[in-house]
Design a protein around this ligand. Structure first.
Ligand code: NAP
Length: 544
């Protein structure tokens, strides 16, 4: 199905060689499309290439956090533990790149800085930092959702004479913390994973906490041969089920309300899912904490008690108990985080009591004290979901800027396309389930839908696909309505852009769940890809 006409013009440019980009390339190949991947890193793996900090691990179980598109691959890749480490996930993605011979179409070190739609030509011109321009009919932004680190500059940062390490740009060779004094800034999922590992080697660790997180233990362990064999035997069923659930894992959708059973039963049910470990089962113990604040208060109280239990010291525990609804900010997963905070060499610095004023030449300064350190670890988060594409700032019809559009509101049709930006697909874009689900399922959903949409256009001999403004408006309103019925708007978080100054305040992931979203995609495809217009040549904006 190769479509390109002009020499040097590809059918598809895929931006990013993470889990989404690799599968997109494989899919394009299978469709006979000529695709090239532009990847800014010096290796494949995306999120799992960059985030090499100590303790980096996924919070979705390894048996689920993997591709389902190839039977042999899923049978043969033997995950070692319940939750895979960053090195193992990176090794898996590298294996996929090799196994499917993807590397020959991946340009590493190709950092995309601009993308412009040439309306006359019906093509995207994509520029990289090396000044090279690459042209294609279609662009697939497989740019990831947590790949644009928040650009935090602290007062005095340039004068600090020690080492500053950003969790999302961790040195490939690691860092030796033995005997060092360290400040960790940030207590989200990343800070919570880093701290216990650093504290094992460092002389002293200051944990600088502005907003406490809820965190549940991972209860990580090795996967036994029996478990692995049993899981692999029923993999097709497990994968099918995952596509029908809220979170994209094979966990039943909850159908019981917190208030349908006795208080004792509620506590016992939460105890069971807490003891199992991880966020997925806990968040689906009952069907209402995400949509009913009163039900959320129940699980919040349960988790607050677990923090008190784990910390022991009541004063410390109270500083660690969040006041936002569970799940409205990412529920973190830890191995010994709270226990680590009780170590002699670890000190919690509560920035709500004593704000961080900046760096000194020898450490960090709060309103109460100077803390001298050798290393400052920034675990300060990301400009999530829209950030990576805001950085590239594609220009669509009439030279319109995507950043400009999303600065006003992160509108999108299905998280897949943006009106006014023909032939640009956004894998796990805003207003799709993305981070509020198992990302591998979300990625496969999108890549497979894009493939069907491309085939649909090709059958008509069409080379332009665009979301209509009306479809985008309806979907954007629907996503906002779903979000308004949840506890997500009740907290400032990266989910709603509140962690980035000036970012539009919309809940970015679609909260209708993977299963409901898949049903929508299927129905839209069956209805002639309703809301997407195709055309045979570059044309005026789609009709109303
Ligand atoms: P995050 O959740 O946004 O946490 C960033 C932390 O840095 C927050 O505690 C934040 O405090 C703090 N911070 C930011 N700017 C600050 C400043 N100027 N001064 C003081 N504190 C500041 O980012 P993250 O921990 O990197 O996690 C992002 C997401 O990545 C997670 O939610 C998760 O989805 C994913 N992730 C997953 C895993 C896993 O699978 N286990 C691990 C790591 C990351 P405020 O909240 O007060 O701003």
């Amino acid at each position: 199905m190769t479509e390109n006409t002009a020499p040097g013009r590809h059918d598809v440019i895929i931006i990013g060689a993470g889990a989404a980009g690799l599968y997109m390339l494989h899919t394009c190949r299978r469709m006979g499309l000529d695709a090239v991947v532009l990847e800014r890193g010096d290796g494949v793996g995306g999120t799992w290439y960059w985030n090499r900090y100590p303790g980096a691990r996924c919070d979705v179980e390894s048996l689920d956090y993997s591709y389902s598109f190839d039977e042999d691959l899923q049978r043969e890749w033997r995950w070692a533990e319940k939750y895979a480490t960053q090195p193992e996930i990176l090794a898996y993605l590298e294996h996929v790149a090799d196994r499917f011979d993807l590397r020959r179409d991946i340009r590493l070190g190709a950092d995309v800085v601009a993308a412009d739609f040439d309306e006359a030509d019906g093509a995207w011109r994509v520029r990289t930092t090396d000044g090279r321009e690459t042209t294609a009919t279609w662009v697939v932004a497989a740019t990831g959702v947590l790949s644009a680190p928040k650009r935090t500059r602290f007062p005095g940062q340039d004068d600090f004479t020690g080492t500053v390490l950003n969790s999302a740009r961790w040195p490939a060779g690691g860092h030796d913390f033995t005997g060092k004094r360290v400040a960790v800034i940030g207590t989200g999922s990343t800070g919570i994973q880093i701290t216990p590992l650093v504290a094992q080697d460092a002389a002293k660790v200051f944990v600088l906490q502005r907003t406490p997180s809820f965190s549940v233990p991972a209860h990580n362990r090795t996967l036994t041969d029996e478990e692995f064999t049993a899981a692999v035997a029923r993999y097709p069923e497990r994968r099918r089920a995952a596509r029908t659930t809220l979170l994209g894992v094979d966990t039943r959708n909850p159908d019981v309300s917190t208030f349908d059973v006795s208080e004792e039963e509620v506590q016992a049910a939460y105890r069971k899912t807490f003891d199992y470990g991880g966020p997925m089962k806990l968040l689906t113990t009952f069907n209402d904490p995400i949509v009913d604040k009163r039900a959320n208060d129940v699980v919040a109280a349960f988790l607050a008690d677990r923090i008190r239990e784990r910390v022991g010291d009541p004063g410390l525990a109270e500083r660690l108990i969040p006041d936002h609804p569970v799940g409205a900010r990412r529920l973190c997963v830890d191995t010994d985080y709270y226990e680590t905070l009780t170590r002699d060499n670890v000190e919690l610095v509560d920035l709500r009591e004593t704000p961080l004023l900046g760096f000194t030449p020898t450490g960090v300064r709060t309103s109460a004290a100077d803390h001298d350190v050798d290393v400052i670890v920034l675990a300060t988060g990301f400009d999530a979901i829209t950030g990576p594409l805001r950085g590239i700032d594609p220009h669509g019809r009439g030279g319109a800027s995507l950043r400009g559009k999303w600065d006003a509101y992160p509108a999108s049709y299905l998280g897949l396309m943006v009106a006014g930006f023909p032939n640009l697909f956004t894998v796990t874009g805003p207003l799709s389930p993305s981070v509020n689900s198992n990302m591998f399922v979300a990625i496969e959903q999108h890549v497979e839908f894009i493939a069907k949409l491309l085939a649909h256009a090709a059958e008509r001999g069409h080379t332009v696909i665009e979301a209509t403004p009306e479809a985008e408006e309806r979907w954007t309103a629907h996503a906002a309505e779903v979000a308004a019925g949840t506890v997500f708007p009740l907290a400032d978080s990266w989910y709603n852009g509140a962690n980035i100054a000036g970012k539009a305040g919309a809940v970015l992931p679609y909260l209708g769940g993977i299963g409901g979203y898949q049903a929508r995609l299927d129905e839209i495809a069956a209805d002639g890809f309703r809301g997407f217009e195709t055309a045979g040549r570059p044309a005026a904006a789609p009709s109303a």
